[in-house]
Structures are given as structure tokens and as C-alpha cells.
Design a binder for this molecule. Structure first.
Ligand code: FAD
Length: 315
């Protein structure tokens, strides 16, 4: 069975959930081989299905932007001739994917929300034009390089062989043109990262600028907090919270929209969520067109009741 290379993201050595999701998706296509730059907890990769784990230790991978990683991954693709290359659909992942596809003379698909395999042919699902179209795509030349969005699969603990192979790679000078001169770890909010969270609770203009109820519900559910552009433009939340066409795209198991009308630009960032719930005091609000469950009411009274009930059930 062919190898499927999976680019692993592991900030501070901790393997991200989207990376584990990719190992699960890779198993649909062939044998998952994890590719790790720098330190990562390899036992979790084995636990989630990695048959092989290629590790790279050169400090250049940490010191420069994506080019060294892309060069090394492209060389691995040339060496192993994998059935596919899967990368997380993060900004770094997508840039690496584009470079690898170019160097490997193969096709690139970004922002896939599903990957299926039929008779060895890999087909991806993407949303296009602000989510108005669902696109099925296949790469017809070379090993498909696919950037997959978080929450496209539930990570399955299926133990692989986890054979670790340290790969030495001479990073060419041409890949050392953009050096990282400073970086600061993101200040932790104690909540999950918005694009990776399994549950997102968002607030819009209807909050009137007070996110207390939205945040309390998010914390009861262990969710990330998001915001509409109206809330961000009003200065109530920074742009990193914005969900939508000009913000982040999320695809959680559950998305709860509070005081958000459901403009097309907001939908573009959340409509692939598996279950959508909305609280809005206007029963004609467009958000109700796409919800699985809607509550017509004032979020200031609905959310505290929901939060209290959830906390009660948690004991
Ligand atoms: P509103 O549309 O004003 O809706 C507020 C809602 O809250 C209403 O439905 C109201 O009934 C309800 N409400 C009020 N009070 C309460 C209450 N007490 N309880 C319950 N409900 C209440 N928008 C994004 O979100 N993300 C984007 O990335 C984005 N990108 C854009 C890009 C472009 C090029 C353009 C032109 C627009 C973009 N927008 C984006 C803006 C978008 O068109 C909307 O203006 C925005 O989404 C509206 O935000 P909102 O739903 O919070 O506010």
C-alpha cells in the first residue's frame, strides 16, 4: 500500500488536533507517514496511526520561514513517490503545500473540507464563492497535494507502527532568504484556537458590545469565541476573532451564532459547521435559513439560561 505523507504541526512540541485529523484521513488513502520538523511528541503520532515518522532536526527549519520545510518535503515526495501529501490548511501549511506542488509538478487543492477515495482516486470537497457552491475536485497529475481544513474528520486512535526515521537534509542557501528575527508565542486565552475548536460560540452586533453571556456559554461548552465583522469593526473584539469572508473560516462540530443576522459574508466563514444554532430576537433574520436549531429571543436572557442548564448537567 502506498505511503501518504502528512505534514505535522506541533507548536512547542505539542501535536495539533488538525494534524491528528490528517493521519485519520491519510489512512483512507494509504499508509500514513508523519513528517515532523523540529520536536514533536511522536508517541501521539503512533497512537493516531502513523506507520512511519520522518523527523528533521536542522535548526534552519526554525530559523527561516517556510522555504526550508517546503524544500525538504518536496525532496521527500521525490524520494518516496507517495499516493498523496496532506497538510493542515493553516497559512503556513498552505504556503508549504503550494511550493511542494510546484516543485513536484503536481496539483494542489486547498481548503478541502472532506477527502474521499474511490478505487484509488482521491476526491476532495471544497466550498467556493463564499460558500455558494460545493466543489468536488481531483488532481489529475502527480501526487495530489491537499490542504485540509480543521474539523474535516474526527481523529481516530488507530495505532500505527510508528517507525521513526531521522532524515538529514542539507537546506540550500536559496531557501534561507527570509529569516525569522523575532517571534512571540500567542497569549493563551485558556480557550481553544478559533479555527481548530470543535465548538465555536460567536457574538455579533446584537450583543451591544457586551460579550459576557457569549463568553460564559463558550466556557460552559469548552468552546472558542468568535465574532461578526460588525462586532470587530465596533472595536468589541480584535480581528483575530472575526469569522467570515474577511476573517477566519471555521468548520466546527457546533457553531452557535448570537445576535448575528447571517449576512452572506459571515456565512462564508461558518456554513460548513456540522450543526448550527442561532439565537436572534428577529424571527426573520437570515441566519435562521441555515440553522439546525434556532431560538427567537433576546440573547441576554436566552444564553444565561442555556449556560446554567449546561453547567448543571456537568455537575
Ligand atoms: P447585524 O447585521 O447588524 O445583525 C445583528 C443581529 O442581532 C440582528 O439580526 C438582530 O436581530 C440581532 N439582535 C439584536 N439585538 C439582539 C439581542 N439582544 N438578542 C438577540 N439578537 C439580537 N461580516 C462578518 O461577520 N465577517 C466577515 O468576514 C465579513 N466580511 C465582509 C466583507 C465584505 C467585502 C463586506 C462588504 C462585508 C463583510 N462583512 C463580514 C459584513 C457583513 O456584510 C455584515 O455587515 C455583518 O456580518 C453583520 O454583522 P452582525 O450580524 O453582527 O450585525
Amino acid at each position: 500500500m502506498s505511503e501518504v505523507l502528512v505534514l505535522i504541526e506541533a507548536p512547542q512540541g505539542k501535536v495539533t488536533k488538525p494534524s491528528l485529523e490528517l493521519l485519520t484521513i491519510a489512512r483512507r488513502i494509504g499508509e500514513p507517514s508523519a513528517v515532523v520538523f523540529g520536536d514533536a511528541d511522536t508517541s501521539v503520532l503512533t497512537e493516531y496511526g502513523a506507520e512511519k515518522i520522518y523527523t528533521y532536526a536542522d535548526s534552519a527549519f526554525e530559523e527561516y520561514l517556510v522555504a526550508p520545510k517546503a524544500e525538504a518535503l518536496a525532496a521527500l515526495v521525490a524520494d518516496k513517490a507517495p499516493a498523496a501529501v496532506l497538510v493542515p490548511s493553516s497559512s503556513e501549511g498552505k504556503e508549504i503545500a503550494a511550493r511542494v506542488a510546484l516543485k513536484s509538478d503536481s496539483g494542489l487543492i486547498t481548503d478541502a473540507v472532506d477527502v474521499s477515495v474511490d478505487g484509488g482516486t482521491v476526491t476532495t470537497t471544497q466550498m467556493a464563492f463564499a460558500g455558494n457552491f460545493t466543489v468536488a475536485a481531483q488532481v489529475t497529475k502527480g501526487a495530489p497535494v491537499i490542504a485540509v481544513k480543521p474539523n474535516s474528520a474526527a481523529p481516530e486512535a488507530t495505532a500505527g507502527a510508528g517507525a521513526v526515521e531521522a532524515v538529514s537534509f542539507d537546506v540550500p542557501d536559496s531557501a534561507k532568504q527570509v529569516k525569522i528575527v523575532a517571534s512571540e508565542p500567542r497569549v493563551s486565552t485558556g480557550r481553544p484556537e478559533l479555527t481548530e475548536a470543535a465548538i465555536v460560540v460567536s457574538g455579533g452586533r446584537g450583543t451591544g458590545g457586551d460579550f459576557t453571556e457569549v463568553e460564559a456559554l463558550a466556557d460552559a461548552l469548552g468552546a472558542a469565541v468568535g465574532a461578526s465583522r460588525a462586532a470587530v469593526d465596533s472595536g468589541w473584539k480584535p480581528h483575530t476573532f472575526q469569522v467570515g469572508q474577511t476573517g477566519k473560516t471555521v468548520s466546527p462540530q457546533l457553531y452557535v451564532a448570537n445576535g448575528i443576522s447571517g449576512a452572506i459574508q459571515h456565512r462564508a466563514g461558518m456554513q460548513t459547521s456540522k450543526t448550527i444554532v442561532a439565537v436572534n430576537k428577529d424571527e426573520e433574520a437570515p441566519i435562521f435559513e441555515l440553522v439546525d436549531f434556532g431560538v427567537v429571543g433576546d440573547l441576554k436572557s436566552v444564553l444565561p439560561q442555556a449556560t446554567e442548564e449546561i453547567n448543571k448537567r456537568k455537575g
